[in-house]
Design a protein around this ligand. Structure first.
Ligand SMILES: Nc1ncnc2c1ncn2[C@@H]1O[C@H](COP(=O)(O)OP(=O)(O)OP(=O)(O)O)[C@@H](O)[C@H]1O
Length: 227
């Protein structure tokens, strides 16, 4: 059953824009993310992809409209256990090793006992076991994004929101990251929403949302198998 994780209705988001002016970014947006969904959120730079992801994950609130998380609970209960973010810019803690970075959300959830074991398990799936004791500064961009993805998946969150996770990677590194993510999530109920400029990334996901001039268009794509 495709259970609703996020329901957004008539969402508008505007920002102050100089004296007495506002910048409307999102206008009357309706959307739903259900269990197991794989959504590509596309749109030109500045179209509002990050803004929408932040609203869907409860990091930001709409100016008007309503949003709820029927299967997840209240906004303040979403993170880190139920909703996980992968940010556009590097977000690993520089003083923590790879395995410590990935274990961190489990520690925040008071799951100290098996945090390191779980972190190592997910790092193995991302082909990163040999980098466990490295610091973020010792990683390539592609390795760092794999660690960030591993950290998002380690808690068993039911919704992963990834903001251009491949945006700074070359195409073969980007493809490898996406292959790993889709294979690891294959058959899982966890939903994935990826904001991307990259049409090859978007083509790998079965639902496509595009933002243009504040409006969200929904295109359902034929299901594609991960490589
Ligand atoms: N906190 C803020 N205050 C004011 N304006 C903002 C704020 N956050 C976003 N904006 C504006 O909202 C618009 C949409 O920004 P957003 O980052 O959501 O776009 P995007 O599609 O994710 O862009 P990119 O692909 O370049 O990351 C931009 O014009 C941006 O300047």
């Amino acid at each position: 059953m495709n259970e609703p994780l996020v329901l957004a209705s008539d969402i508008c988001r505007s920002f102050p824009n100089g004296k007495n002016a506002v910048l409307p970014v999102l206008t009357d947006i309706d959307c739903r993310v259900g269990t197991g969904d794989r959504v590509a959120l596309v749109g030109v730079s500045g179209s509002g992809k990050t803004t929408l992801l932040h609203i869907l994950g409860g990091l930001d609130e709409p100016t008007s409209g309503s949003i709820s998380w029927p299967a997840l609970g209240a906004r303040e209960e979403l993170r880190p256990g139920k909703v996980a973010f992968v940010f556009q810019t590097p977000s690993l803690f520089p003083a923590l090793t790879v395995v410590q970075n990935v274990a961190l959300p489990l520690l925040l959830m008071d799951k100290q006992n098996d945090a390191t074991t779980k972190a190592r398990e997910i790092l193995a799936k991302f082909e990163l076991l040999d980098l466990c004791e490295k610091l973020p500064e010792e990683l390539s961009g592609g390795q760092a994004q794999r660690v960030a993805m591993a950290r998002a998946l380690v808690t068993g969150a039911r919704l992963i929101l990834a903001d251009e996770p491949t945006g700074q990677l070359d195409s073969s590194t980007a493809t490898h990251l996406l292959d790993l993510v889709l294979n690891i999530m294959d058959g899982s109920d966890t939903a994935l929403v990826i904001a991307t400029h990259d049409e090859t990334v978007a083509a790998r996901l079965n639902t496509r949302w595009s933002i243009d001039a504040g409006q969200l268009r929904h295109d359902v794509m034929p299901t594609r198998k991960s490589a």
